[in-house]
Design a protein around this ligand. Sequence first.
Ligand SMILES: [Zn+2]
Length: 183
Amino acid sequence: MTDTMTPEQRHRCMSHIKGSGTKPELKVRRWLWSHGYRYRLNVKSVPGKPDIVLRPYRTAIFVNGCFWHGHSLIPNPSPIGEGSGYFLGNSACCKIPSSNREFWVSKIRRNQERDQENYRVLQENGWHVIVVWECQLKPAVIEHTMREVELLLNENLLSLYRHKPVPYNTEEENQLPMAAEGD
Ligand SMILES: [Zn+2]
Protein backbone atom coordinates (compact mmCIF):
# COMPACT_ATOMS: atom_id res chain seq x y z
CA MET A 1 0.00 0.00 0.00
CA THR A 2 1.27 3.44 -0.82
CA ASP A 3 0.98 6.61 1.15
CA THR A 4 -1.87 8.50 -0.49
CA MET A 5 -1.27 11.81 1.24
CA THR A 6 0.86 14.59 -0.08
CA PRO A 7 3.30 16.00 2.50
CA GLU A 8 1.18 19.12 2.63
CA GLN A 9 -2.00 17.17 3.39
CA ARG A 10 -0.22 15.21 6.08
CA HIS A 11 1.06 18.36 7.64
CA ARG A 12 -2.43 19.80 7.69
CA CYS A 13 -3.80 16.65 9.29
CA MET A 14 -1.22 16.56 12.02
CA SER A 15 -0.92 20.24 12.70
CA HIS A 16 -4.12 20.60 14.67
CA ILE A 17 -2.84 19.60 18.04
CA LYS A 18 -5.48 19.68 20.71
CA GLY A 19 -5.32 22.65 23.01
CA SER A 20 -7.35 25.67 23.94
CA GLY A 21 -7.89 28.28 21.28
CA THR A 22 -7.22 26.04 18.29
CA LYS A 23 -8.88 27.23 15.12
CA PRO A 24 -11.66 24.61 14.85
CA GLU A 25 -12.69 25.26 18.44
CA LEU A 26 -12.83 28.99 17.73
CA LYS A 27 -15.21 28.42 14.82
CA VAL A 28 -17.60 26.57 17.09
CA ARG A 29 -17.34 29.22 19.77
CA ARG A 30 -17.95 32.06 17.32
CA TRP A 31 -21.01 30.36 15.87
CA LEU A 32 -22.49 29.62 19.29
CA TRP A 33 -21.78 33.13 20.54
CA SER A 34 -23.31 34.82 17.51
CA HIS A 35 -26.41 32.69 17.92
CA GLY A 36 -26.88 33.72 21.52
CA TYR A 37 -25.33 30.76 23.30
CA ARG A 38 -23.15 31.47 26.29
CA TYR A 39 -20.56 29.02 27.49
CA ARG A 40 -17.47 28.45 29.54
CA LEU A 41 -14.12 27.20 28.30
CA ASN A 42 -11.91 24.41 29.61
CA VAL A 43 -13.85 24.11 32.86
CA LYS A 44 -11.60 22.16 35.19
CA SER A 45 -14.42 21.14 37.55
CA VAL A 46 -16.13 19.24 34.73
CA PRO A 47 -14.63 15.78 34.07
CA GLY A 48 -12.43 15.52 31.00
CA LYS A 49 -11.95 19.31 30.78
CA PRO A 50 -14.22 19.75 27.74
CA ASP A 51 -13.41 22.51 25.25
CA ILE A 52 -16.80 24.20 25.66
CA VAL A 53 -19.27 23.82 28.52
CA LEU A 54 -22.91 24.94 28.33
CA ARG A 55 -24.05 24.43 31.87
CA PRO A 56 -27.75 25.31 31.40
CA TYR A 57 -27.87 22.59 28.73
CA ARG A 58 -25.77 20.26 30.87
CA THR A 59 -23.73 19.77 27.72
CA ALA A 60 -20.02 19.39 27.11
CA ILE A 61 -18.69 19.97 23.61
CA PHE A 62 -15.42 18.53 22.38
CA VAL A 63 -13.97 19.89 19.16
CA ASN A 64 -11.73 17.12 17.93
CA GLY A 65 -8.94 17.29 15.41
CA CYS A 66 -9.57 14.52 12.89
CA PHE A 67 -6.08 13.07 12.88
CA TRP A 68 -5.22 12.93 16.57
CA HIS A 69 -8.65 11.83 17.72
CA GLY A 70 -8.97 9.24 14.99
CA HIS A 71 -11.92 10.37 12.92
CA SER A 72 -10.80 7.89 10.27
CA LEU A 73 -10.44 5.04 12.76
CA ILE A 74 -13.42 3.30 14.29
CA PRO A 75 -12.98 3.61 18.05
CA ASN A 76 -12.07 0.41 19.78
CA PRO A 77 -14.06 -0.42 21.89
CA SER A 78 -17.04 0.88 19.96
CA PRO A 79 -18.31 4.33 20.90
CA ILE A 80 -20.80 4.80 23.67
CA GLY A 81 -23.78 7.03 23.83
CA GLU A 82 -26.19 6.39 21.02
CA GLY A 83 -28.42 9.44 21.20
CA SER A 84 -26.04 11.37 23.39
CA GLY A 85 -25.00 13.46 20.45
CA TYR A 86 -21.79 11.60 19.89
CA PHE A 87 -20.83 11.87 16.26
CA LEU A 88 -19.57 8.56 14.93
CA GLY A 89 -16.09 8.21 13.52
CA ASN A 90 -15.09 6.17 10.50
CA SER A 91 -14.66 9.04 8.11
CA ALA A 92 -12.25 9.16 5.22
CA CYS A 93 -11.33 12.74 6.05
CA CYS A 94 -7.85 12.07 7.27
CA LYS A 95 -6.05 8.89 6.39
CA ILE A 96 -3.36 7.42 8.58
CA PRO A 97 0.01 7.52 6.80
CA SER A 98 1.00 4.05 5.63
CA SER A 99 4.62 4.59 6.59
CA ASN A 100 4.89 3.95 10.34
CA ARG A 101 1.22 3.06 10.32
CA GLU A 102 1.43 0.86 13.43
CA PHE A 103 2.96 3.71 15.38
CA TRP A 104 0.28 6.19 14.40
CA VAL A 105 -2.56 3.76 14.93
CA SER A 106 -1.46 2.85 18.45
CA LYS A 107 -0.93 6.51 19.30
CA ILE A 108 -4.38 7.45 18.00
CA ARG A 109 -5.94 4.44 19.73
CA ARG A 110 -4.60 5.69 23.06
CA ASN A 111 -6.12 9.11 22.42
CA GLN A 112 -9.42 7.48 21.54
CA GLU A 113 -9.40 5.41 24.70
CA ARG A 114 -8.80 8.53 26.76
CA ASP A 115 -11.58 10.33 24.88
CA GLN A 116 -14.03 7.48 25.41
CA GLU A 117 -13.17 7.39 29.11
CA ASN A 118 -13.81 11.15 29.37
CA TYR A 119 -17.16 10.85 27.60
CA ARG A 120 -18.15 7.92 29.80
CA VAL A 121 -17.34 9.76 33.05
CA LEU A 122 -19.24 12.84 31.86
CA GLN A 123 -22.30 10.82 30.93
CA GLU A 124 -22.22 9.01 34.25
CA ASN A 125 -22.32 12.42 35.89
CA GLY A 126 -25.39 13.42 33.95
CA TRP A 127 -23.68 15.39 31.21
CA HIS A 128 -24.54 15.27 27.53
CA VAL A 129 -21.56 15.00 25.23
CA ILE A 130 -21.33 16.47 21.75
CA VAL A 131 -18.29 15.75 19.60
CA VAL A 132 -17.67 18.07 16.67
CA TRP A 133 -15.01 17.02 14.19
CA GLU A 134 -12.68 19.48 12.54
CA CYS A 135 -13.71 18.35 9.03
CA GLN A 136 -17.33 19.18 9.87
CA LEU A 137 -16.37 22.83 10.27
CA LYS A 138 -15.24 23.50 6.72
CA PRO A 139 -17.01 26.52 5.19
CA ALA A 140 -19.29 24.38 3.01
CA VAL A 141 -20.62 22.33 5.93
CA ILE A 142 -20.19 24.37 9.10
CA GLU A 143 -23.71 25.80 9.02
CA HIS A 144 -25.24 22.35 8.67
CA THR A 145 -23.02 20.97 11.45
CA MET A 146 -23.81 23.78 13.84
CA ARG A 147 -27.55 23.56 13.17
CA GLU A 148 -27.25 19.93 14.12
CA VAL A 149 -25.40 20.90 17.29
CA GLU A 150 -28.15 23.42 18.02
CA LEU A 151 -30.83 20.75 17.67
CA LEU A 152 -28.91 18.50 20.04
CA LEU A 153 -28.55 21.33 22.56
CA ASN A 154 -32.27 21.95 22.51
CA GLU A 155 -32.97 18.27 22.84
CA ASN A 156 -30.68 18.17 25.87
CA LEU A 157 -32.45 21.16 27.40
CA LEU A 158 -35.82 19.56 26.83
CA SER A 159 -34.73 16.32 28.48
CA LEU A 160 -33.60 18.32 31.54
CA TYR A 161 -37.05 19.93 31.84
CA ARG A 162 -38.71 16.54 31.48
CA HIS A 163 -36.69 15.21 34.39
CA LYS A 164 -37.55 18.20 36.56
CA PRO A 165 -41.31 18.67 36.37
CA VAL A 166 -42.69 21.93 37.71
CA PRO A 167 -43.84 21.31 41.31
CA TYR A 168 -47.60 21.24 41.62
CA ASN A 169 -48.96 22.07 45.03
CA THR A 170 -52.60 21.02 45.27
CA GLU A 171 -52.88 22.01 48.96
CA GLU A 172 -52.04 25.59 48.20
CA GLU A 173 -54.17 25.54 45.07
CA ASN A 174 -57.26 24.41 47.02
CA GLN A 175 -57.04 27.45 49.27
CA LEU A 176 -57.16 29.88 46.38
CA PRO A 177 -60.54 31.39 45.59
CA MET A 178 -62.07 30.12 42.38
CA ALA A 179 -61.77 32.58 39.58
CA ALA A 180 -65.09 34.06 38.64
CA GLU A 181 -65.52 34.82 35.02
CA GLY A 182 -67.99 37.29 33.62
CA ASP A 183 -69.39 40.42 35.28
ZN1 LIG B 1 -12.90 14.30 10.06
